[in-house]
Design a protein around this ligand. Structure first.
Ligand code: NDP
Ligand code: MG
Length: 331
């Protein structure tokens, strides 16, 4: 069983006389910086002048400065700009200030694991990665709970990198929920695998393929939408709350028998081979290289795929049907 760490395992005093520079004030930056500040730590936010985040962080009552100024002030520098621009931001504004004994922190291991950022040997390199979006990191903190997080140590130059990571996790409220230890490699590869094969890629491909199958067979797209898209959330919510057993308990016996016997025929040996191939491309660095080059080329493929996705019939049908369900807007 994996060991889980809580509030009592972390000492906030480790960061007491330190300055934390949160670079970027988007989803994670906003949530983490505000929580650290409310935990009584000294936080500065580094963002670009004139950007949206600059005013946002200011309005939230935080000290705002350029990325370079924040990196200079910070003893711990938390990298929370989008992954594909971290390397450029690091080398142009942060690297000159990565002096001995400082700590460079991430919430995702991509840039370290795939060598897009190679920090000097005499600094700590750690990861504190909340397992939830930034707004939830913030909301749960104000509610006195917290979002679980992963902790990883890549370089321990000061000898207490782990204590620093645990203190940071406590500052954002993660130790209230629980902190699990991992490595940069494990976090990066499993995170990419999950989002490609299961959460973002696999789930949407499954939903689109089943929608298209029904529509091609002559069924009304509106009916197909309800069956293949709308109801997905109800099923996932049940699994989220009580595992597979709760879901199977709540659906009809017809759904349970059909689901258990037919599901494995759809996600079959061929699908498992495709999963293994996706994992192989993640482990070999091929996916990382492709994505880094795609970003550097100004995202020609990603833009085209986004456009095609927006033009998919299910988007038009779904929009009309969701307008009939005003209660969906609540979230
Ligand atoms: P966001 O896309 O929300 O970050 C946006 C921030 O980056 C804004 O403050 C923006 O400033 C700034 N920014 C964008 N471009 C630049 C630039 N060229 N120079 C300086 N600042 C820039 O990022 P996320 O919070 O989604 O992700 C941050 C990290 O957290 C990533 O490593 C990600 O993998 C990780 N993570 C994210 C999770 C999530 O739920 N989103 C969950 C767990 C980890 P401006 O307003 O000026 O544009
Ligand atoms: Mg991810």
């Amino acid at each position: 069983m994996v060991k889980i760490f809580y509030d009592k395992d972390a000492d906030l005093d480790v960061l007491k006389d330190k300055t934390i520079a949160v670079i970027g004030y988007g989803s994670q930056g906003g949530g983490q910086a505000q929580n650290l500040h409310d935990s009584g730590l000294d936080v500065v936010v580094g963002v670009r002048e004139g950007g949206e985040s600059w005013n946002q962080a200011k309005n939230d009552g935080l000290a705002v400065m350029t990325v370079a100024e924040a990196a200079k002030k910070g003893d711990l520098i938390q990298m929370l700009v989008p992954d594909e621009i971290q390397s450029a931001v690091y080398y142009s504004e942060i690297a000159p200030h990565m002096s001995e004994g400082k700590t460079l922190c991430f919430s995702h291991g991509f840039n370290i694991h795939y060598n897009q950022i190679v920090p000097p040997k005499d600094v700590n390199v750690i990861m504190v990665a909340p397992k939830g979006p930034g707004f939830l990191v913030r909301r749960t903190y104000t509610e006195g709970i917290g979002v679980p997080a992963l902790l990883a140590i890549y370089q321990d130059a000061s000898g207490n990198a782990r204590d620093i990571g645990m203190a940071y996790a406590k500052g954002i409220g993660a130790t209230r929920a629980g902190v699990l230890e991992t490595t940069f490699r494990e976090e990066t590869e499993t995170d990419l695998f999950g989002e490609q094969v299961d959460l973002c890629g696999g789930a949407t491909a499954l939903m689109k393929a089943s929608f298209e199958t029904l529509v091609a067979a002559g069924y009304q797209p509106e009916i197909a939408y309800f069956e293949t898209f709308h109801e997905m959330k109800l099923i996932i919510d049940l699994i989220h709350e009580g595992g597979l057993s709760k879901m199977w308990y709540y659906v009809s016996n017809t759904a349970e028998y059909g689901g258990l016997t037919v599901g494995p025929k759809v996600i079959n040996e061929q699908s498992r081979q495709a999963m293994k191939e996706a994992l192989r491309r993640i482990q070999s660095g091929e996916f990382a290289k492709e994505f880094v080059l795609e970003s550097r080329a100004n995202r020609p493929v990603l833009n085209a795929l986004e456009r095609q996705e927006n033009e998919h019939q299910v988007e038009k049908v779904g929009k009309e049907l969701r307008a009939m369900m005003p209660w969906l807007k609540k979230d």
